[in-house]
Design a protein around this ligand. Structure first.
Ligand SMILES: [Zn+2]
Length: 233
């Protein structure tokens, strides 16, 4: 194989690795964002359950106050009942007392329901809290892993770029320019020619091109896509 081609293949190998490392580095912030969102969701869920617990408690207290107010009214009616001499008024007070007692009963039924809800919510909060802690621990571990990965990739990238600069420095400038342009535009600059087919664009090249590539004496480009060819088969 032409020595220039060998050098280009080494260069291309480093460039491919550099590209892969850069792609992985680009993913890291996205992975990090996903983890942050996962944790935020878990915290939000916990807050929602805690809020439900608070709301239940507020309603229960409100009902307690309401029931007490009705009990106070009943006590007042009882006193009025024994002060009145009018039968109609006595009867009216009795009706009021009965109505209030019925309302107190409804409030107490609702209070029982709320106590049941509060107990269920208390269990749910404990469960959700445990889940959130687990998610938090997992997310923190994964974030640390990402940070370590980014650091390792950064080191690897530096190493590859130094190596690449060393190889590139020893090459013909025009050839290097051609290579850089092809690699940037076509994803790969140097490809094999196999059975007369360019492995870059998968088109059949002319017989003359095949002969020139096999001759191993010059840099030959695919006439379809412009990539540099080397004998593959
Ligand atoms: Zn081609």
């Amino acid at each position: 194989m032409l020595p220039e081609i060998e050098k280009l293949l080494v260069l291309q190998d480093r460039d491919r690795k550099i590209r892969t490392v850069k792609q992985e580095l680009k993913l890291a912030p996205l992975e990090r964002k996903e983890l942050d969102e996962k944790l935020a969701d878990a915290v939000k869920k916990l807050e929602a359950v805690k809020l439900k617990g608070k709301e239940t408690e507020v309603e229960r207290k409100k009902l307690e106050v309401e029931a007490q107010a009705k009990r106070d009214s009943i006590a007042k009616f009882q006193t009025q009942k024994f002060q009145t001499r009018k039968n109609e008024e006595f009867q009216a007070l009795n009706n009021e007392i009965k109505r209030y007692e019925g309302e107190i009963q409804s409030i107490e039924d609702r209070e029982l329901e709320l106590m049941d809800t509060a107990e269920k919510t208390r269990i749910k909060i404990a469960e959700t809290d445990k889940e959130t802690q687990a998610v938090k621990a997992q997310v923190e571990r994964q974030i640390a892993d990402i940070a370590a990965k980014v650091e390792a990739l950064g080191g690897k990238l530096k190493e590859l770029e130094t190596e690449r600069a060393g190889f590139a420095g020893a090459m013909d400038e025009d050839l290097l320019d051609t290579f850089n342009r092809l690699f940037a535009n076509k994803n790969e600059a140097v490809v094999a020619l196999e059975h007369g087919v360019c492995m870059g664009c998968h088109m059949t090249v002319t017989t003359q091109t095949v002969v020139r590539v096999k001759g191993n004496r010059e840099i030959v480009h695919c006439e379809q896509c412009g990539r540099i060819l080397y004998p593959g088969e």
